[in-house]
Design a protein around this ligand. Structure first.
Ligand code: SAM
Length: 249
């Protein structure tokens, strides 16, 4: 996969994109990364990318000309056209399903805003608009990094253990099961016996139930869409009753 970014702070990407799993993905050839500086597509001495909004108002807006020129230019740098993502509070909320969908693309180009945002006409270039959530960041670079991180770890081979991305929270619409490591007893807080039993079927069954319990406890909204067996529905009802009981105490 090739991930590209277009922003006025291209230097913020490299430290993250060369560390840990992102760095490993690049060194193993699963990921190529390139950060473009929007100012390279300006034509004035000051390399201006912003201007005051028509109609007045606070702050500055990113101009549409350099964005159009840059996107057109970047688009033709490789044979495969990029899937163009504008990170913006007016996009659809990012989630794991979106990460899975994006992981199927060969080439992603993130366009990142700054200042008070950008001229609305620039957004016409987007194949999709994605928001990290209902809050306002200073710039789109962090949003692009968050999305890139969630996508790159889904590329086959990047995590090493293929199962690790499959077992995780949201991969089946539920939160991940509770996990423990040594010591088995920490000041009386004990790891469930079944996890020490070596019985893989029993461990799998315990994990499914734990996953349902944690979802009912921390993110009950997720259960509306989850595919559950009859038995699992009974457990979920018990967990929800328990939750209501605890909240009433
Ligand atoms: N004035 C804009 C508004 O009220 O929607 C906010 C502009 S924000 C200060 C500057 C840039 O940060 C945006 O153009 C966008 O690229 C990025 N950004 C801010 N919040 C974001 C979010 N929740 N998700 C994705 N990108 C965001």
């Amino acid at each position: 996969m090739l991930i590209e970014t277009l922003s006025v702070f291209p230097e913020v990407f490299e430290p993250y994109m060369s560390a840990s799993i992102m760095g490993r993905a690049r060194s193993m050839g699963a990921l190529d990364f390139c950060a473009y500086d929007l100012r390279d597509w300006t034509h004035d001495r000051h390399r201006t990318v912003d201007d005051a909004p028509f109609g007045g108002g606070q702050g500055m807006l990113m101009k549409c000309e350099p964005i159009y020129e840059a996107v057109e230019d970047i688009r033709t740098k490789h044979e495969t056209s990029p899937h163009i993502i504008f990170v913006t509070p007016c996009g659809a909320s990012f989630d794991q399903a979106c990460a899975q969908r994006l992981a199927c693309h060969e080439r992603l180009l993130f366009v990142c805003g700054r200042y008070e945002g950008m001229d609305e006409r620039a957004l016409d270039l987007a194949d999709e608009r994605i928001s990290l959530g209902d809050y306002v960041l200073t710039g789109g670079e962090l949003a692009a990094l968050v999305i890139a991180d969630a996508v790159v770890r889904l590329i086959p081979g990047v995590l090493g253990d293929e199962k690790s991305a499959v077992d995780e929270s949201f991969s089946d619409g539920l939160l991940e099961y509770a996990q423990y490591t040594r010591p088995a007893d920490y000041h009386g807080k004990q790891v469930p016996d079944v996890l020490l039993s070596g019985n893989h079927a029993a461990v799998d069954a315990w994990r499914r139930k734990s996953s349902l319990e944690r979802t009912a406890r921390f993110r009950p909204d997720l259960l509306e869409q989850a595919e559950l067996s009859e038995q699992e529905r009974v457990w979920v009802k018990q967990f929800m009753d328990q939750r209501a009981h605890n909240e009433g105490e």
